[in-house]
Design a binder for this molecule. Structure first.
Ligand code: 4G1
Length: 246
């Protein structure tokens, strides 16, 4: 079973997400196990403080190092058995490839969530085995990034998604954006579903979807297409696309 731990000063935020939908079912079915730790339980002063003023001055507060060191020594004393992942804007950027790497790791994944301006540098230097960022923007904390990562990793575990095909069939898993999807009604006030999808011709449908995926990726994410390795069939479709827009 996959074992995750999250260290945060807002355990309720984490529990709210894990207590619903697919995560809730995965936990109930014992496919994943998640421990949520309140960092304040590892303070020793009467105010349970987790932050302090920055040396050198400046705006904002910094998360104190000792509660992180204390929880690590108590909960995960053996370095080889843990992988502490510090959520940080300085981390390597999270992608599907990183999710695949994490799902294959046998160690317990421990997520440290920051708040305030930053976490004391000694936590980065001495405790983090990995630093990951979910993107280039400013947030108020690492809680949402930790949930993003747990969500993306958990759905790769067999049985977490109802049907086992959908995880790998996802267009992103193969490096492209998705083709358009439709459901009923067939005619929505004159906006109709493409004929090919009603044709019952599955070879045609597969080809149409592949072309749509290549087209939307070329238009919106040329960076993804640049590293994509097309099959001979896909090469043909790409040529077709280029001729059509020239
Ligand atoms: C400087 C974004 C600061 C933010 C530059 C993605 C962002 C954790 C992430 C910040 C955080 C930039 C993330 C910023 C994050 C301490 C507590 C750091 C919140 C904190 C681009 C605030 N992926 N941000 N600083 O957002 O933790 O994982």
């Amino acid at each position: 079973m996959k074992h995750y731990s999250i260290v945060t000063i807002f355990p309720d935020v984490i529990r709210a997400y894990l207590g619903a939908s697919i995560m809730k079912r995965a936990i109930a079915n014992e496919l994943i196990h998640v421990n949520v730790h309140d960092l304040r339980d590892y303070t020793t002063d009467k105010h349970r403080s987790v932050d302090d003023y920055p040396y050198g001055g400046g705006a904002g507060m910094v998360m104190k190092p000792e509660p992180f060191f204390r929880i690590t020594a108590q909960q995960w004393p053996e370095r080889e058995k843990r992988r502490v992942i510090l959520l940080s804007p300085k981390g390597r950027v999270f992608t599907q490839r990183v999710a695949e790497e994490l799902v294959g790791d046998d160690r317990e994944l421990v997520f440290f969530c920051g708040r305030y301006e930053a976490i004391d540098e000694r936590v980065h230097a001495c405790l983090a085995d990995d630093e990951i960022s979910v993107g280039d923007f400013v947030l108020t904390g690492g809680e949402l990034p930790s949930l993003v990562i747990i969500d993306a990793v958990a759905r790769l575990i067999p049985g977490v998604l109802g049907d086992s095909r959908s995880a790998e069939e996802d267009s992103f898993a193969c490096g492209l954006l998705d083709y358009p999807h439709y459901t009923r009604p067939e005619d929505l006030n004159g906006r109709t579903v493409p004929d090919v999808l009603l044709s019952g011709n599955h070879r045609e449908i597969d080809r149409w979807r592949k072309k749509q995926a290549l087209q939307v990726t070329a238009a919106r994410r040329p960076d993804l297409l640049a590293v994509y390795q097309p099959s001979p069939d896909e090469e043909k479709i790409l040529k077709e696309i280029k001729e059509e827009d020239s």
